[in-house]
Structure formats: C-alpha cells, structure tokens
Design a protein around this ligand. Sequence first.
Ligand code: SF4
Length: 343
Amino acid sequence: MTLFPQIPSPPSLGASSPALVGLAKVAAQSPVAVSKQQARYFSLASKRVLNRCRSPRVPFTWTINPYRGCEFGCRYCYARYTHEYLGMDHPEEFEEKIYSKQRAGEILRAELARDPGGMIAIGTATDPYQPAERLFQTTRSILETLRDFRGLRLSITTKSDLIRRDIGLLREIAHGNELQINVSVTTLRPDLARRLEPRAPRPDLRLAAAAELVQAGIAVGIFAMPVLPDITDDPRDLEAIAREASRIGACSFAANVLYLMPAACKAFFPFLEAEFPRLVAKYQKLYARGAYLRGPYAERIAALASALRHKYGLTGRRTRSRFAPFAPVNQLRLFSGTAQDSL
Ligand code: SF4
C-alpha cells in the first residue's frame, strides 16, 4: 500500500544524475512523497532493514535506521556522509531530502525469522523519531514487528519526544526483550540547543519524554553527546544533565567528545565561523589529525562522565525495566571503514 501520492518524475539529484549507480540510482528513482517547509520526503525501496555493523567500537551487531537523512539538522551531525552514498555532496541535502524505507516492518519480520542473533541498535545514523515519522510511521512499523519477537536485545536512540506516541508499544516490546531507550541531550540550555540542533525538540521536552518512559517501566539512558569543546563541555553543565538524568530515574549516562568526519566538517566549520568564530582555529587544531579526538581532553571528559555516573547512580545497574540495561557506550561512534554497512 502506498501511503502518499507518488509523483512519477523524481527531482533531479544533481548534474551527476545520469551516471548514478547503486544506492544513488535507487534514491534518484524514489518518488516524492510530501514536501514540508524545506524538507522533501521520499519513499525509498529497500531490500534490507537490518544492517550489519562490523565496527569493534560498538557493542551491537546490527543497526536499523528507518530513514536516510535527518531533518533535525544538528550542526555537528556525523551522519551527513550517508547522503554521499546517494550521490549528494552538499551537506544541507542530508536535512532537506529525507528518505523513508518502504515496507520496513515487513522486511524486518523476514530478517528476524532467520534469527540473526546479536544486539540491534535503532537510530545510529538518523533519528527514528524525526518529523518524517509523523507521516510515514516507518519506525512504528518496525516496532510492531519487534513486538512479535522474544529474546531480542534492542536499543533506540533519539532526540525526539515523539517517542511518547509509542510508549504502549515499547512496553510490550520490553516485556519479552531487552530494551533501552537512549535520549540524547547535549545541553540543557534551550538557546544553545536551538543553535546546535535547530529543528530538534527542546531539551526539556526530551527529558519529559524520558521521564515518561521511565514511569512506564522502560529503561532509559541519557546521552550527553557529542561534547563540543568550549561549547557544551563546562563540567557544571554536564553535571546538570547527569543530575536531571538521575532525577527522572534514568539508569545510565554517557558523554563522549565530538567525532568530526570530513563530511561533517563541511557543515560544522561554516557553523562555527558564523556562531563561534573565536573557536575556528582551536577546532582546526584539535581535529587536524583526524575525526576522533584523543589525548588529555578526551580522557578528561571520559573521567568526568565516569565520576558523574557514580555520583548520580547512573552506572547502568539500576533499572526499572525487566532486564538489565546496557552499559553506557558511545553508540554514535560507529565507523572505522565499514560505514556503509551500518546505514
Ligand atoms: S538528530 Fe542525530 S541524526 Fe539527526 S541531525 Fe541530529 S545528530 Fe544527526
């Protein structure tokens, strides 16, 4: 069944369209579903929903991303490179051209029936509760499939309070499976959040949704990530997030430093120049050696996160759901040369 009127002539995806192959070719043939403000929504035929993740940096084996592209448009978003696989090199296209995977719940059901084994992380490259979900309900179709299985190990990561819509479904899933919801909160300051994450829900709305999930008996972790040097890294601000996590009854807390891939730099540095010009040279120096920030700064943030976990009882051992939650991990640092596997 097609949810939306399909327009037979897809929009041009750029001058290179005639030579497109593979994923880029499929994306170019996707029908436009709906246009909303700046974002245009497309319906994308997919063969797979479960994608194998071979990165040794993460604890999960499979990822699910119901959408390609993310309208929230976080200035630091590492996943912008994923649109390059669709033949789009302009960073803003990641937040303006949103692709929903067709028949996701149905495809996943067949994949799970083959018992893939291993942990499944939903929302590793794009937010499963971004605005497109109100139209497509692709994430919901995936949850409806997961509800029918037992013994799965699952996590969902989001910045959106739209997840409240699915609390009943999530409770059913948590009854027979391990499930942890990770809510990302980079800052409690609404003005700063608006600058960094222009179309994501306010931090207080995210925390309210997280509290509601906890009240429903679902294990919740709070991800204070990415930590942006000299922007969101004040220890008092990070402690305020951990304190809020504790107050609402979250079971874990994690904070990791910004990961800045080349595709992300294309959007992030113009943002820095416009909003934090005094920091441009500093970031250029910090990330001159690569996307990962190593050394004393990263170690200091890791030590601070660990101290906050212990101070506020957010070590992953306290849970109100039926199963023990996963230990705090950096779910968003995925890639070490196998990026396309995880889309
Ligand atoms: S919500 Fe996540 S996927 Fe979406 S733009 Fe922000 S960082 Fe990227």
